[in-house]
Design a protein around this ligand. Structure first.
Ligand SMILES: *[C@@H]1O[C@H](CO)[C@@H](O)[C@H](O)[C@H]1NC(C)=O
Ligand SMILES: *[C@@H]1O[C@H](CO)[C@@H](O)[C@H](O)[C@H]1NC(C)=O
Ligand SMILES: *[C@@H]1O[C@H](CO)[C@@H](O)[C@H](O)[C@H]1NC(C)=O
Ligand SMILES: *[C@@H]1O[C@H](CO)[C@@H](O)[C@H](O)[C@H]1NC(C)=O
Ligand SMILES: *[C@@H]1O[C@H](CO)[C@@H](O)[C@H](O)[C@H]1NC(C)=O
Ligand SMILES: *[C@@H]1O[C@H](CO)[C@@H](O)[C@H](O)[C@H]1NC(C)=O
Length: 418
C-alpha cells in the first residue's frame, strides 16, 4: 500500500488490522460474548470506514483497495468535491445558508456561449461610451441566458500572477469574460491558449493620481458592457488574487442584488477633507463619499457610470491630488443615484493598517495558509441580509515573488486536485 497508506489516520490502520486477521482467526463460535462483541465491533467498524472514506475522498487521499467496494460515490459528493467545499465543511454550512447556487451542475447542459468575441475596435472613448450606453442588458431572470461575470484587469504592464488566474478560470468558459487594460506600449505575449489571449482592449496611458485612471476604468466598463450577457463587473489589478474557487465567487456575485463597492463618509482629511466646495451645487458635501478604486458593480450601475455626463466632468475639473478621482467618483455617484443598491463594502481585501498613500504589499514569506485563511474568514459582514465571515473574494497587493507559493497553496484555495 506504500505511501498512500502512511497518509491514513491510525484508527483506520487499526481497523484494517482487525479486519485482516487476528479477530477473525481467534473467533470461537462457542463463546457467545465474543461473537456478539465481534458483530458490534464489525458494524461500528464498517460505519466508521464508510464515513471516513468520504472524508478521505474529500481531501483527495486515495482510499485503500479494501475500502473501495464499500463506497458508492454519490453524485452530490462528487459535485461538492469539485467545488472544493468539503475541504471546509463548517464553512460550507455557513455559505449555503446565505446563497442560492445558480451555476448549473453540468456546465455543458446549458446553452453557454464559449466563443471569444474580438475586442479589437477603433472607436474613440466618446464613441465607445455612447455605443456601450445603448446596449441593453439581457433579461437574466428568465434563464434564457447564462449571466457572465466580467473580470476587468487594469494593469501597468504584465500580469505577473496570470498562472493563478489561468487555474482559476479553467473549465468555466461561458460564465466569465476577461478584459485587460495595460499601457499601450506594453507588448503582450500571452500564448493562444491563455485565458488572457485576445483580452487586451484599446488602451491609453494612465497616470497615477489623475483622472486618466478613471478614464481607463470607464473604458474597461464600456468594453464589457458591449457584451449584453455580462451581469456583474469587477475591477482587478496585477497584484490581485482570488481567494476562492470560481463557482463560489461567481455565485457570491450573481446571487446578490447589491453592488459590492466600498463607500463611506468620514470627517477626516483624507476622506471628506477632499471634497471641493466648487463642486456644489451639483455635488454637495452630503453626497461626497470615499471608497476603494477596485469596484464591483451590477450591470445597471455600471451602465450609469459610463452614461454619466453630469458628475464626471466635475470630478475631472475639481478633484486633483490629494483628491483621487478613482477613490471618490464611483462611491459618490452611487450614493447620489442609487444608494440603496450598494452594500457599501468591498470584496477585495487589502491591508491599510500602515498609514500612508499605499497599502501593504505582500511577498513570498507572507504566504502561509493561516494568513490566507484569516483573509478568507477573519471578518464579519452582511451578505443577502445575513451575517457571515466570508466577506472577501479577492485580495491585494501580492508581489510577483508570491507566485510560487501561491501556486503551491492554490489547490487548497480553489479546491483543485493537487
Ligand atoms: C434559488 O433560486 C431559485 C430561482 O430564483 C428559486 O426558485 C429557489 O427557491 C431558490 N432557492 C433558495 C434555497 O433560495
Ligand atoms: C477603423 O476605422 C476605419 C474608418 O473609420 C474603418 O474603415 C475600419 O474598418 C475600422 N477598423 C475596425 C477594426 O473597426
Ligand atoms: C445636498 O444635496 C442633497 C440632495 O442631493 C440635499 O438633500 C441636501 O440638503 C444638500 N446638502 C447641502 C449641505 O446642501
Ligand atoms: C449604503 O449607504 C447608503 C448611504 O450612503 C445607504 O443609503 C444604504 O442603505 C447603504 N446600504 C446598505 C446595504 O446598508
Ligand atoms: C465576528 O463576530 C463574531 C461573533 O459575533 C466574533 O466572535 C468575532 O470576534 C468577530 N470577528 C471579527 C474579526 O470582528
Ligand atoms: C432582489 O431583487 C428581487 C427582485 O427585484 C427581490 O425579489 C429580492 O427580494 C431582492 N433580494 C434582496 C436580498 O434584496
Amino acid at each position: 500500500m506504500g505511501s498512500e497508506w502512511d497518509l491514513m489516520p491510525s484508527k483506520i490502520k487499526q481497523l484494517n488490522r482487525s479486519f485482516s486477521g487476528s479477530h477473525c482467526s481467534q473467533l470461537k463460535l462457542g463463546h457467545f460474548h465474543h461473537f456478539l462483541l465481534f458483530i458490534v465491533g464489525l458494524s461500528l467498524g464498517i460505519i466508521f470506514i464508510y464515513i471516513t472514506s468520504f472524508w478521505l475522498l474529500a481531501i483527495n487521499v486515495p482510499a485503500p483497495a479494501f475500502i473501495k467496494p464499500l463506497i458508492p460515490l454519490l453524485p452530490d459528493h462528487r459535485d461538492l468535491l469539485e467545488r472544493g467545499h468539503l475541504l471546509f465543511p463548517s464553512r460550507l454550512q455557513e455559505w449555503s445558508r446565505g446563497t442560492n447556487d445558480t451555476i448549473p451542475d453540468h456546465h455543458d447542459s446549458v446553452p453557454v456561449s464559449k466563443e471569444k468575441v474580438s475586442l479589437v475596435h477603433n472607436m474613440s472613448d466618446d464613441e465607445l461610451l455612447r455605443r456601450a450606453a445603448m446596449v441593453q442588458g439581457q433579461e437574466f431572470s428568465d434563464g434564457s441566458i447564462v449571466p457572465k461575470v466580467a473580470f476587468m484587469f487594469l494593469t501597468y504592464g504584465p500580469l505577473h500572477l496570470s498562472p493563478v488566474w489561468e487555474k482559476f478560470f479553467i473549465g468555466h468558459e461561458g460564465f466569465y469574460s476577461v478584459y485587460w487594460h495595460a499601457r499601450p506600449s506594453y507588448n503582450d505575449a500571452m500564448p493562444e491558449d491563455s485565458v488572457f489571449y485576445g483580452t487586451r482592449i484599446p488602451s491609453q496611458e494612465v497616470k497615477w493620481g489623475t483622472s486618466s485612471m478613471m478614464d481607463a476604468e470607464r473604458r474597461l466598463l464600456a468594453n464589457a458592457l458591449l457584451d449584453p450577457s455580462n451581469l456583474r463587473f469587477i475591477l482587478l489589478s496585477e497584484s490581485c488574487i482570488p481567494l476562492f474557487d470560481f463557482k463560489t465567487i461567481y455565485n457570491y456575485l450573481v446571487n446578490t442584488n447589491l453592488s459590492l463597492q466600498a463607500s463611506f463618509d468620514h470627517p477626516r482629511k483624507n476622506a471628506r477633507g477632499r471634497y471641493n466646495p466648487q463642486m456644489a451645487p451639483t455635488i454637495n458635501v452630503t453626497n461626497w463619499r470615499k471608497g476603494s478604486q477596485w469596484f464591483e458593480l451590477r450591470r445597471d450601475l455600471a451602465h450609469q457610470v459610463i452614461a454619466d455626463q453630469k458628475y464626471y466632468p466635475i470630478f475631472q475639473e475639481f478633484c486633483h491630488p490629494p483628491c483621487y478621482v478613482d477613490e471618490h467618483y464611483i462611491p459618490t455617484l452611487l450614493n447620489i443615484l442609487q444608494p440603496s443598491l450598494n452594500s457599501n463594502r468591498t470584496v477585495t481585501w487589502v491591508d491599510w493598517s500602515r498609514d500612508g498613500p499605499h497599502p501593504r504589499k505582500f511577498g513570498w514569506d507572507d504566504m502561509t495558509d493561516e494568513f490566507l485563511d484569516k483573509i478568507r474568514y477573519g471578518s464579519n459582514c452582511t451578505y443577502s441580509g445575513k451575517s457571515t465571515t466570508m466577506c472577501f473574494l479577492f485580495a491585494r497587493k501580492f508581489l510577483p515573488s508570491t507566485l510560487e507559493q501561491l501556486l503551491r497553496i492554490l489547490p487548497v484555495l480553489l479546491g483543485l486536485d493537487p
